[in-house]
Write a protein that binds this ligand. Structure first.
Ligand code: NAD
Length: 507
């Protein structure tokens, strides 16, 4: 295995990883990876052929036989080396990530660090994967459970976190003794591949981790491949529902983390300064392209008076290329994404919402062709408007007003999505009632983006998630392992037989 081989072919097509080799795809179709701040073509993503997908799965299947029996300490040491390499290479990979994805350098580092935390957690897989033991469940009988790896797992990732989300998936899967085939977003696979190469350098053996690039055809091939046993998907609701259905019908274990419309509920007793800053950061950071972005603000009672001030804070945020110093908001991922966001803003205006801040005409000197949308704030929004019902996935905050906490809870619970929600208050009693009654997977109390750290699991509920078990944390150990329960009795040579037992009871 040559881990210093270039990630790219001579014509800048990103390579696949099959059986430990970075290989040039034979694909006839490829698409450009474009810097969203400049439209410069950075490289090309090939759309892997059926043979290449089969070769990746076959290499994962072959490697599983050895890797599943590799000592836990060996697997943990690979993760220890990977976390050290990620830390060492963080600034370099962050620059690649900013170039291809657009987010600010500081946020790109955050993207890697949130993934690195999962690798750190994977270093304790020895404890996480422990089974259970009960002595003397019947006379001379013991029962114990094993958490065994399940085989070839696959992961499909979205464009918005090209470091964190692949790192949600393959480190825990392979630390548990599985092998993996990753399909990164075709829009920005470069930083993902930088991380994958570090995994090879850390000692991941050939075949244990494989990468195929592409779009729908590659995803569908993984969902239906007879040798793939589990599939982890993160992306939009439309695709996630399709993947869950297709892979489920083909007998796979599936987890599908999908779209969102995250509400931030503001009580009149909230700390105003903290709340407005938190809202502006959570709505517009990463140009609103986070599945946990606070995209809806619900002002309860008099807190709605803060709306003009919120729009002022949003206006003060600096829109620029992610690599420029002191940028708050970088470009959105593509020309199409920008057009879609602007069309949704136009729909808000035509449906009668009040446009308090319009980001459509933003100009960024030196980056005139970039996909920039400035922070946009709507007041007077109704739940029937498209800007409320659809995930915008851009720097647009829609604001609604209600009279009571009960109204706010009912509004949030009536929304089909259930990824994240935040409450701003100084009352413990209000917070306690909210966390109890709200039907959303991840709740922040005075914390605008409540993404759990890896000793917990990423959750989500209702229209934001399909499958019981979430990525990382203890849940993902369950997802990537099969529980086997052993009931055992041992006889000495001189043990006296009790005769034939025709009942179900253990005697
Ligand atoms: P997407 O659904 O377009 O793409 C996700 C993956 O699916 C990509 O790898 C893509 O190649 C593949 N894909 C695209 N179209 C497909 C099709 N028709 N059939 C099969 N596969 C297909 O998502 P995106 O635009 O890359 O990412 C943004 C979305 O992801 C948003 O909806 C966001 O909320 C969601 N997201 C959710 C979470 C979460 O944990 N819930 C996290 C991050 C992003």
């Amino acid at each position: 295995m040559n881990i210093t081989a270039s990630l790219y072919t001579d014509d800048r097509t990103i390579r696949l990883l099959i059986n430990g080799e970075l290989v040039a795809s034979r694909a006839s179709e490829r698409r450009p990876i474009v810097n969203p701040a400049t439209q410069e073509v950075l490289a090309y993503t090939p759309f892997a052929t059926a043979d290449e997908i089969n070769a990746a799965v076959a290499s994962a299947k072959a490697a599983f036989g050895t890797w599943r029996n590799t000592p836990i300490a060996t697997r943990m040491r690979v993760m220890l080396r990977l976390q050290a390499l990620l830390r060492e290479n963080l600034p370099r990979i962050a620059r690649v990530l900013t170039e291809e994805q657009g987010k600010t350098l500081a946020d790109a580092e955050g993207d890697i660090i949130r993934g690195l935390e999962v690798v750190e957690h994977a270093c304790s897989v020895g404890t996480l994967q422990l089974g259970e033991f009960a002595e003397n469940v019947a006379g001379g009988v013991d029962t114990y459970s094993l958490r065994q790896p399940i085989g070839v797992c696959a992961g499909i990732t979205p464009f918005n976190f090209p470091a964190m989300i692949p790192l949600w998936m393959f480190p825990m899967a392979i630390a548990c003794g599985n092998t993996f085939v990753l399909k990164p977003s075709e829009q920005d696979p470069m930083s993902t591949m930088e991380i994958v190469r570090l995994a090879l350098e850390a000692g991941v053996p050939p075949g244990v981790l494989n990468v195929v690039h592409g779009g729908k055809e590659v995803v569908d091939a993984l969902c239906t491949h007879p040798d793939v046993v589990a599939l982890s998907f993160v992306g939009s609701t439309a695709v996630g529902t399709h993947v869950y259905d297709l892979a489920g019908r083909h007998g796979k274990r599936v987890q599908s983390m999908m779209g969102a419309k995250n509400h931030a509920v503001v009580m009149p007793d909230a700390n105003k300064e903290h709340t407005l800053n938190a809202l502006a950061g959570a709505a517009f950071g990463a140009a609103g392209q986070r599945c946990m972005a606070a995209s809806v603000a619900v002002f309860v009672g008099e807190s709605s008076q803060w709306l003009p001030e919120l729009a002022q804070r949003a206006k003060a945020l600096k829109v620029n290329a992610g690599g420029e110093p002191s940028t708050d908001i970088g470009p959105v991922i593509s020309v199409n994404a920008k057009a879609r966001i602007e069309a949704l803003i136009a729909s808000g205006v035509s449906e009668g919402a009040q446009l308090l801040l319009d980001g459509r005409q933003v100009k960024v000197p030196g980056y005139e062709s970039g996909n920039f949308v400035g922070p946009t704030v709507f007041g007077g929004v109704k739940t029937t408007m498209r800007i409320y019902t659809e995930e915008i996935f851009g720097p647009v905050l829609v604001c609604l007003e209600v009279t009571t906490l009960a109204d706010a809870i009912a509004l949030v619970n009536a929304n089909p999505y259930g990824n994240g929600v935040a409450l701003f208050t100084q009352s413990g009693a209000v917070a306690r009632r909210f966390q109890n009654e709200i039907d959303v997977g991840q709740v922040g109390i005075n914390v605008p983006i409540p993404v759990p750290v890896p000793m917990f699991s990423f959750t989500g509920s209702r229209g934001s998630k399909l499958g019981d078990l979430g990525p990382y944390g203890k849940q993902v150990v369950q997802f990537y392992t099969q529980t086997k329960t052993v009931t055992a009795r041992w006889f000495d040579d001189d043990a006296v037989s009790t005769g034939v037992n025709t009942t179900i009871s253990l005697k």
